[in-house]
Design a protein around this ligand. Structure first.
Ligand code: GLU
Length: 281
């Protein structure tokens, strides 16, 4: 195991950290023991972010005994970086405005029947893909809200060769970014989306090893394509196991009982948490 990697833990301040977050943070920090461990707050979902969650992240990580590089980056402070990334993709003719509402998309999918499924649900049926530039411009001029989607087939054709990526646990993969269809790269309310912001930030922060839960492994197929389109360095990845609840479900924000602060209140020590997660020294 290389321990001089630059790794990051990238929680969203939309709830209290739980055992799953503790595992992710300890996993990333362990791999950067003689490198750099970065904490980045993924706070672009303005409707769900709360300042008390932001502050609690640092309290909980400190309690776990972790130390991280300063300054901490908050995605909400870097919209300019995301705009520049979008501009690069736009110059390559790979983005199109999408005016569809969630409801319209759901109706279209229901009507089509048998819609292709991606890792996050049914794929976008493509209503706005073939809209003329003139019509789009007119609708934008009237102030209609729009997202920006990646024309993934066009992007794959533009690259024109197989893209490989390496997971240090799971081995080498050939990227299959089309599994997500035409993903949103800029939301109607924010000039970014998770997929866009994460690849731009990881590159800007020089992350050499991207660690995160196995639930996000499919996303890496898309990230590998975005990295190539944006001509950025390709890191390695390591997707780790998920911490499950008693019913075998992935821990989620709703599992307050497994929140680190609840465990702390119950009298758990940080050492006990680490042992429970398999990080005993
Ligand atoms: N913000 C994401 C989460 O909380 C982490 C994504 C990542 O590590 O790439 O699940």
């Amino acid at each position: 195991m290389t321990r001089d990697d630059i790794t990051r833990f990238a929680p969203s301040p939309t709830g209290w950290l739980h055992l799953g977050h503790a595992y992710a943070a300890l996993f990333a920090a362990e791999r950067a023991a003689s490198g750099q461990f970065i904490v980045r707050l993924e706070d672009i979902d303005g409707t769900r972010v709360r300042p008390e969650y932001d502050a609690a992240i640092f309290e909980d990580l400190t309690w776990l005994g972790l130390q991280w590089q300063q300054p901490v980056i908050r995605q909400s402070e870097h919209f300019q970086t995301y705009r520049e990334g979008l501009a690069k993709l736009e110059q390559q003719g790979l983005l199109y405005p999408c005016f569809c509402t969630r409801r319209e998309i759901q109706q279209e999918i229901a009507q089509a029947g048998n819609a292709p499924q991606g890792p996050d649900g049914p794929l976008y049926p493509g209503n706005c893909r073939s809209r003329s530039a003139d019509e789009s411009a007119e609708r934008i001029a009237t102030g209609e809200a729009y997202a920006l989607r990646l024309n993934v087939e066009k992007a794959i054709q533009l690259i024109g060769r197989d893209l490989l990526w390496l997971d240090r646990t799971h081995g080498q993969f050939q990227a299959t970014p089309a599994i997500f269809g035409d993903v949103v790269l800029a939301r109607k309310d924010t000039p970014a989306s998770y997929h866009l912001a994460v690849v731009l930030d990881d590159a800007r922060q020089g992350i050499s090893l991207v660690t995160r839960g196995e639930d996000l492994l499919p996303a890496t197929h898309l990230h590998r394509l975005l990295i190539e389109l944006l001509a950025m360095p390709v890191p390695e990845w390591q997707h780790h196991r998920l911490i499950l609840d008693d019913q075998g479900r992935r821990l989620a924000k709703r599992d307050q009982a497994r929140a680190l602060r609840s465990l702390r209140d119950e009298g758990w020590t940080a050492e006990q948490v680490k042992r429970e997660l398999g990080f005993a020294d």
